[in-house]
Design a protein. Structure first.
Length: 299
């Protein structure tokens, strides 16, 4: 799955648009809104133009246009109406679909225009919570179902990271207002899903604390150098795929022994893999969180 995906099944269209495959077939048969390709065995497939058209149709449909009316419009008219809606302030509610469209077309301009429209109504923090977090959750599902390729995921993730870095730099230059502890943010060895951790770094800086951001794939032994450098450290890590289910509890024990025992330090953990951590013997200086927002609310 290393090549850019440009041919889609009807199931892919369902995953990307949120419209059931059965409904797509009805729209296609009754209103001729899509033009699928067919295999020798009569199996439908769709190109990127069909996908883009469907996403625009869904946008119009969500805004009250009847599918029978949309079917009478040509492609240029559909595109114009969609762009008009996207340019309106109320289009922030459909930003996730628009960002997905930008991703599928590798369209940086559409990403930037949509992002800038959102900032007319929301703070960056609100954009991240209401749009980027749900978007990344959807992308995880789309990647797992092979609806999108790594190229699509990397493209959109990089653009979001750019916005995170820009906003982080704005607060990073300010002097910390809270000095009771220092936050050290890192990902475990072989963990590369950095976006959530990057946002937490922004949140912590925004709350007036000093942070030391180490990023992805950090061995535990590399953190020992920090152990004696500060009186109180709050280590923060985001466990998306690493350590794996079989190794995660040994990893926690190792962290406790090497970084936390006989110190004032603590460890905050979140991410999908935390569900496999045994909480029966978890020490009082290790805390698990179910979401970025939950952790952010404790700052």
């Amino acid at each position: 799955m290393n090549n850019v995906k440009n041919v889609f099944s009807i199931k892919d269209l369902e995953n990307l648009s949120g419209i059931k495959a059965h409904t797509i077939r009805i729209w296609e048969k009754r209103y001729n809104v899509l033009e699928p390709m067919r295999s020798d065995t009569n199996i439908r497939s769709y190109d990127i133009k069909n996908l883009q058209k469907l996403l625009n149709i869904v946008l119009l449909h969500n805004y009250g246009y009847k599918i029978s009316k949309i079917a009478t419009l040509d492609q240029a008219q559909i595109n114009k109406l969609s762009n008009d809606i996207i340019s309106e302030k109320s289009a922030k509610n459909h930003a996730i679909s628009t960002f997905k469209m930008a991703m599928m077309n590798f369209d940086q301009s559409l990403f930037f225009n949509t992002y800038n429209e959102l900032l007319n109504e929301k703070t960056f923090k609100e954009v991240f919570y209401t749009v980027f977090i749900p978007l990344m959750q959807e992308l995880g599902f789309l990647w797992q179902t092979e609806t999108i390729s790594p190229s699509h995921e990397h493209f959109i993730t990089y653009l979001i990271k750019q916005k995170l870095l820009i906003n982080t730099e704005k607060v990073q230059v300010l002097e910390p207002t809270k000095n009771d502890k220092v936050f050290v943010l890192f990902l475990p060895l072989n963990e590369i899903h950095e976006l959530g951790l990057m946002y937490l770094n922004y949140e912590i800086l925004l709350n007036g604390y000093q942070t030391i951001y180490l990023g992805e794939s950090i061995p535990t032994d590399s953190l020992v150098d920090l152990k004696n450098s500060f009186e109180k450290i709050t280590f923060v890590s985001y466990l998306t795929v690493e350590p794996n289910q079989e190794e995660i509890n040994d990893y926690i024990v190792d962290m406790q022994t090497k970084l936390l025992d006989n110190t004032n330090h603590e460890l905050l953990l979140l991410g999908r893999m935390t569900q496999f951590i045994s909480t029966k013997e978890l020490s009082k200086n290790i805390h698990l969180f179910s979401s970025i927002e939950e952790l952010a609310n404790t700052l």
